[in-house]
Design a protein around this ligand. Structure first.
Ligand code: NAD
Length: 499
């Protein structure tokens, strides 16, 4: 069986802990590799080596750093098929979806090619007699990226590209369930000219993460994963004096107004609810039709589309709409939540529990599931299901639908389908959610904007990628200088204006 490694100072390094995690192929249920789980000593050594590399990397001028990004971007493009295959093999998503995963990460690398323009400081001449002010953006040092299983290419790229182009070194701790894409990306980054040690991939579990959080050299932590872990990591990083941004889970609602194009809304719900088996933090898991008529029409449109969905292994190519969920435990949890929905009185219109595929009986498949008449007290509403389960909560009017979204503990993404500009505008303005779609189901902002939720979907400051990332991964230094030529000045004991 394949034994995976860490990637330290530009080479693959075997783990020494003797502890391993099994990496499964979720399409078949087979263990396909084992992954070493780093000890605190291995983590600290990787950080110490990164700190040495970072000093030199920060001296490389921004234009040259950007050129490494250009080569890295070209290599990602060149290896698109291979990277997508790696993503699908460990995550289970279809190849076209895996290419989207790589592509949305690549777009962040592309924005980093223009980093010099983002890293310029500010200058004010003659702010007082002979006085000039300069503010500059400097790298933080060594930073950590801790990423989830569901976007094995995109989220590591969201972390590594902005951090590194700003002059930092990064320790990336990818998900132990889908680590191979990050390891391959690190190789490609080296091939693009990144000096050894600037990107270290350390594999591990809680022990490795805690070592990063407690290591004094680590200046900032960028985390993406579930809400309880995001909150934990944010707390521990902040207590240890680190800058932290920790993005968590979600429960994204889509409101469907009576004037919406129901066909388009139904198509959007199928894609956003069941794509990637619902394992997206921007998946729509709650449909909120306004009015009985809208709800009935929507169900009538959704059911045949759900019945037509093809579930299977990514190796079946175009014959598959979505694949398995990530682990046996995840499947069991999703099935348990569907059971709870039935027990708590929701109407089960499509039941994915008994789904089985000939030849793939041990894969972690869940068929598409649709619940109607869901209420906010039910577990299927309260919990992030992270599976191919769409729930419908009926609302009598727009205000009731909006209140549902507003009262939810999560605030990652949301959408409204309507033909009315006033309603759309009101929704975008009032809703307390970070990313909003108007007749657009998964409003992940493009890479020159930035990504972040509100409420329990994000802890800490600033968003991921885009202009915010350049702020998160640099600190500002402001220099006030005075040159005395022609200026008469005595001792000043008072704190004073510069005029
Ligand atoms: P997860 O929280 O289980 O794991 C994320 C990372 O944290 C992994 O690297 C893991 O090794 C580490 N980790 C897990 N338990 C830990 C612990 N006790 N202490 C320290 N580290 C620990 O998340 P996941 O299951 O890999 O990913 C799915 C979750 O991520 C979903 O909740 C999804 O909504 C969320 N997500 C959020 C965003 C976003 O941008 N808001 C994007 C993608 C995924």
């Amino acid at each position: 069986m394949q034994e995976l490694t860490h990637y330290i100072n530009g080479v693959h390094v075997k783990g020494t802990s003797g502890r391993f995690a099994d990496v499964y192929n979720p399409a078949t249920g087979e263990v396909q590799a084992r992954l070493p789980l780093a000890t605190p000593e291995e983590v600290n050594e990787a950080v110490a080596k990164a700190a040495i590399a970072q000093v030199e990397w920060a001296k490389v001028n921004p234009q040259r750093r950007a050129r490494v990004m250009m080569k890295f971007g070209a290599l990602i493009n060149e290896h698109m098929e291979e990277l997508a295959e790696l993503v699908s093999r460990e995550h289970g998503k279809t190849i076209p979806d895996a290419k989207g995963d790589v592509q949305r990460g690549l777009e962040v690398v592309e924005v980093c090619m223009g980093a010099p323009a983002m890293l310029k400081g500010e200058f004010m001449d003659s702010a007082g007699p002979g006085i000039d002010l300069t503010s500059m953006r400097q790298a933080l040092g060594v930073v950590a990226g801790i990423t989830p299983f569901n976007f094995p290419a995109m989220i590591p790229l969201w972390k590594m590209a902005p951090a590194i182009v700003c002059g930092n070194a990064m320790i990336l701790k990818p998900s132990e369930r889908a680590p191979s894409t990050a390891l391959r990306l690190a190789e490609l980054f080296s091939e693009a000219g990144l000096p050894d040690g600037v990107l270290q991939v350390v594999n591990g579990d809680k022990e490795a993460v805690d070592s990063l959080l407690d290591n004094d050299t680590i200046q900032a932590v960028g985390f993406v994963g579930s809400t309880p872990i995001a909150q934990y990591i944010y707390g521990r990083a902040a207590t240890n004096g680190k800058r932290a941004q920790c993005f968590g889970g979600a429960k994204n609602h889509m409101i469907i107004m009576p004037d919406a194009d129901i066909d388009k809304a139904a198509d959007a719900l199928i894609g956003a609810g069941f794509g990637a088996a619902g394992e997206r933090c921007m998946a729509i898991s709650v449909a909120v039709p306004v009015g009985k008529d809208t709800a009935d029409k929507l169900v009538a449109k959704l059911l045949p589309k759900i019945e037509a969905l093809k579930v299977g292994p990514y190796t079946s190519g175009d014959d598959v709409d979505y694949g398995p969920v990530i682990t046996a435990a995840s499947k069991e949890r999703i099935v348990g939540l569907i059971d709870s929905g039935v027990a708590q009185g929701a109407t089960l219109l499509a039941d994915g529990r008994g789904f089985s595929l000939q030849g793939y009986e041990n894969g972690y498949y869940v068929g598409p599931t649709l619940f109607d008449d869901v209420t906010p007290d039910m577990d299927i509403y309260k919990e992030e299901i992270f599976g191919p389960v769409l729930t419908q909560v009926r609302a009598d009017n727009y205000e009731e639908a909006l209140k549902l979204v507003m009262d939810n503990q999560y605030g990652n993404g949301t959408a409204i389908y309507t033909a009315d500009g006033d309603t759309a505008r009101d929704f975008a303005s009032r809703v307390n959610v970070g990313m909003v779609g108007i007749n657009f189901p998964i409003p992940v902002p493009l890479s020159y904007f930035s990504f972040g939720g509100w409420k329990k979907s994000a802890f800490g400051d600033l968003n991921q990628y885009g202009p915010d990332a350049f702020k998160f991964y640099t600190k500002t230094k402001t220099v006030t200088s005075r040159w005395y030529s022609g200026i008469k000045d005595g001792a000043a004991l008072n704190f004073q204006a510069l005029d």
